[in-house]
Design a protein around this ligand. Structure first.
Ligand SMILES: Nc1ncnc2c1ncn2[C@@H]1O[C@H](COP(=O)(O)OP(=O)(O)OP(=O)(O)O)[C@@H](O)[C@H]1O
Length: 745
């Protein structure tokens, strides 16, 4: 029943092993009992906090969120609560798990150490060569709440080999289910160093496919939330990943570690209200992704600040004045010099136009009957004219045309649709498109930039706020008046009504004050939200303009950036990290590398690695942690056979456990393009027509490399033309060994 063969410590007899297993089961069962008790208490406290009276809304909210967090923390650990044990040279024993459990009656001695606690670190980093005072590391194999087996490694004695990796191999060999799992029980030393790195600024983690970059970044988030809970949970953490499918794929990792104050977005979601996935042609994406586009945007905004070609007559009761190019130019100069964003400078433009027009009108009207000494009369006349101009609808319409109120969308869409506007703004004519508002992911940073350049016209909002405040004050004053009457004079019912009214006002205010959305919802809806930490995955795909948006979202520059320059497909993406980051942090960023591939078996990595020579000759492929024994295969098919060969793969995989995907160039039925599989993994992968993927664009080889490295177990290739020389390592002709499946894409 038990896999005793996993044991590394040779001196445990079967009887000794059985006894120890019994003891470990009893200990872990006791941990679950304690967890259940603590959960019941936390739930009761949470419900108590919900029903609490006598606190201010702020105090109550803090209490409720604190209790709910405690309840949520205890809720995560139904599986794998405890996954290991450390025996120190000193004889001390610690159990390691997903959360900490403590003995409140004994100086808070830990029954179970949270994996993130400093004392748990040796569990991940101790090796035979550097035992870190660890005598023995024990890893539990559990099913549900029950320990079914354990594996021991004895460290610090001369005969001990490298770290035993039965648990790791079991984890990486396991069929993939729906979505990525946490790796908390098997974090490796090079990963642990990054997860716990005490660097507050920008950290770049690079590594080949499958080296655990995503896993490490997510566990680092859990670690930062544990060690800097207060700061991080106030502002939240943003995780940016390449596609909605990818975000789904990784979406369960942090909740399984008990963390929820995290916002997930693709680069197409970064502007509230937009959900963009369409892409531009590479050349257009490159133009829009470059910082040079900033000048175009500024020029496009300036182009919307016009002066009239012909003087526009403005008819007043006593006189007609002309709004001509001189007036508008002078007002435009003043508005631009105010340094305000376009919309916020509108009132400046308007007031200057009116002041000049009022001057002209007053001069005309007063001529002949007012002398320079009639100062009061001039001033009254001027005030009257200004009032008239302020109410002048035709003038308001003209001013609105010359300096219109704009949103990022109402500026950018007409710009794209007009060759004239593009030329005036100094833009590449390639930016032209007939449907200006058909947004792409490359437009998102431009829209975000424009939100800053345009600002908001706050005058209407301010007036509305003022009116609402006046109405509320009036209402409250009415209630207070009722209460000011001598209470003795009021009959009981009236008093009750009056007091309830006051409560209602207070209640209404509280209701307005209290935002019941959770942090993720509030942050996602607010363009001005700034996060405590930002994780950027597949970071090599981000353009210079994307980085501007992200840096705005995190002024503290606390970033974990993970990527692989060799996997880049975006023409506007990074070719080196330094130039992308320099404008924001100069050279104050830290770089780490991961070198072991936990996904792709050695046989598959050998084929994919050979391709690197074509597009990234200096990059060493990561070393696979295991071989699968299954050689990846290739099969040449005639034109009419392709469809059936794909269907055959799908049928074969349907009978197997795990996931599979067909990846191919556009037009292959049932296949997805390599770009859609970025960051994902599948037990079995069929790559169709690699020669067409290679020829599909400047980054075709990188796309094929990504496609080949998605497999955790099996890889097959169907080709119509001869295979590219780099793929000669594939076993030609084989019909895939029996294969089954759950399709994800
Ligand atoms: N220490 C570990 N223990 C168990 N599994 C691991 C470990 N590290 C990574 N893995 C697994 O290896 C696989 C690849 O990890 P991940 O997706 O994070 O790699 P990546 O470097 O982001 O890959 P890519 O660049 O191809 O997107 C995942 O299934 C992950 O769970």
């Amino acid at each position: 029943m038990f896999h005793k063969s996993n044991r590394c410590e040779g001196n445990l007899s079967n009887q000794g092993y059985d006894e120890e297993l019994r003891d470990e089961r009893a200990y872990v069962a006791a941990l679950y009992e304690r967890l259940d008790r603590e959960r019941a208490v936390a739930q009761a406290r949470y419900h108590g906090a919900l029903g609490q009276t006598g606190l201010t809304p702020g105090e109550r909210e803090t209490d409720v969120s604190c209790r709910s967090r405690e309840a949520a923390r205890l809720d995560v650990a139904d599986n794998g609560l405890c996954f290991g044990r450390l025996d120190a040279v000193s004889g001390e024993t610690s159990y390691i798990g997903r959360i900490g459990l403590f003995d409140a009656e004994n100086d808070y001695e830990p029954f179970l150490l949270d994996w993130r606690a400093p004392a748990a670190r040796p569990f991940y980093v101790a090796t035979a060569a550097r035992p870190e005072n660890v005598r023995r590391r024990r890893q539990f194999h559990t099913m549900g709440r029950r320990v079914v087996d354990f594996t021991d490694e004895v460290l610090g004695r001369p005969s001990a080999g490298d770290r035993g990796d039965a648990a790791l191999l079991a984890a990486v060999n396991a069929p993939r289910g729906e979505g990525m799992r946490d790796i908390v029980a098997t974090i490796q030393a090079e990963q642990d160093e990054i997860i716990r790195l005490g660097h507050a600024g920008v950290l770049v983690v690079e590594g080949g496919p499958g080296t655990g970059k995503t896993a490490v970044a997510l566990h680092r988030v859990a670690y930062l939330l544990y060690t800097q809970r207060e700061r991080m949970s106030r502002s939240g953490v943003l995780v940016v990943g390449p596609s909605p499918v990818f975000l789904d794929h990784i979406g369960r990792v942090l909740p399984s570690l008990g963390e929820s104050d995290v916002v997930f977005m693709t680069p197409g979601d970064l502007v509230p209200g937009l959900r963009v996935t369409a892409e531009d042609a590479p050349e257009v994406a490159r133009v829009k992704g470059s910082l040079k586009i900033l000048d175009v945007l500024k020029a496009a905004v300036a182009d919307r600040q016009q002066v009239p070609g012909e003087p526009v007559p403005v008819e007043l009761a006593d006189v007609t004045v002309a709004l001509d190019a001189d007036v508008a130019s002078e007002a435009r100069r003043a508005a631009r010099e105010s340094g305000l964003p376009h919309n916020e400078a509108r009132p400046v433009f308007r007031e200057h136009v009116m002041a000049i027009l009022a001057g002209r009108a007053v001069t005309k009207i007063g001529a002949g009957w007012l002398t320079p000494e009639d100062r009061g009369a001039w001033a009254d006349l001027r005030a009257d004219v200004l009032d008239e101009l302020a109410e002048h609808e035709a003038l308001a319409a003209v001013l609105g045309g010359l300096w219109p109120e704009l949103t990022p969308e109402t500026l950018l869409a007409p710009l794209y649709m007009s060759p004239r506007r593009l030329e005036t703004a100094g833009a590449d004519p390639a930016l032209f498109r007939a449907d200006g508002a058909a947004w792409t992911v490359s437009d998102v940073p431009l829209l975000d930039e424009l939100a800053g350049l345009l600002g908001r016209d706050v005058s209407a909002e301010r007036a509305a706020d003022r009116r609402q405040a006046e109405e509320e004050a009036e209402y409250a004053a009415g209630v207070m008046d009722v209460l000011k009457l001598d209470r003795e004079e009021l009959d009981e019912d009236v008093l009750l009504v009056a007091e309830n009214l006051l409560d209602a006002v207070e209640l209404a205010e509280r209701f307005v004050e209290r935002d019941t959305r959770d942090l993720a919802e509030r942050a996602a809806a607010d363009r001005d939200w700034t996060y405590g930490h930002v994780v950027v995955d597949e970071a090599q795909e981000l353009s210079e303009m994307d980085w501007r948006v992200l840096m705005r979202r995190c002024p503290s520059r606390s970033f974990t950036i993970v990527g692989d320059l060799a996997q880049r497909r975006n023409a506007a993406g990074a070719t080196a990290w330094g130039p992308m980051l320099a404008p924001y942090v100069a050279d104050r960023w830290v770089y780490r590398q991961l070198s072991v591939n936990y996904r792709t078996p050695a046989e598959i990595m050998a084929v994919a690695g050979a391709l690197l020579g074509r597009f990234a000759p200096d990059v060493r492929p990561p070393e696979s942690v295991r071989a699968s024994g299954a050689r990846p295969w290739a099969r040449r098919v005639a034109d009419g056979e392709l469809h059936e060969a794909v269907a055959e793969f799908v049928r074969d995989e349907a009978g197997r456990e795990g996931t599979s995907v067909v990846i191919g160039p556009p037009g292959v039925p049932g296949a997805v393009p390599p770009s859609a599989t970025k960051g994902l993994e599948f037990d079995a992968v069929l790559v169709v027509e690699p020669e067409r993927i290679l020829a599909g664009g400047a980054r075709g080889a990188a796309e094929l490399y990504v496609a080949l490295t998605r497999a955790t177990q099996r890889l097959g290739v169907l080709h119509r033309d001869p295979l590219p020389a780099e793929l000669s390592g594939l076993a030609e002709a084989g019909v895939p060994a029996r294969a089954g499946h759950r399709r994800f894409l």
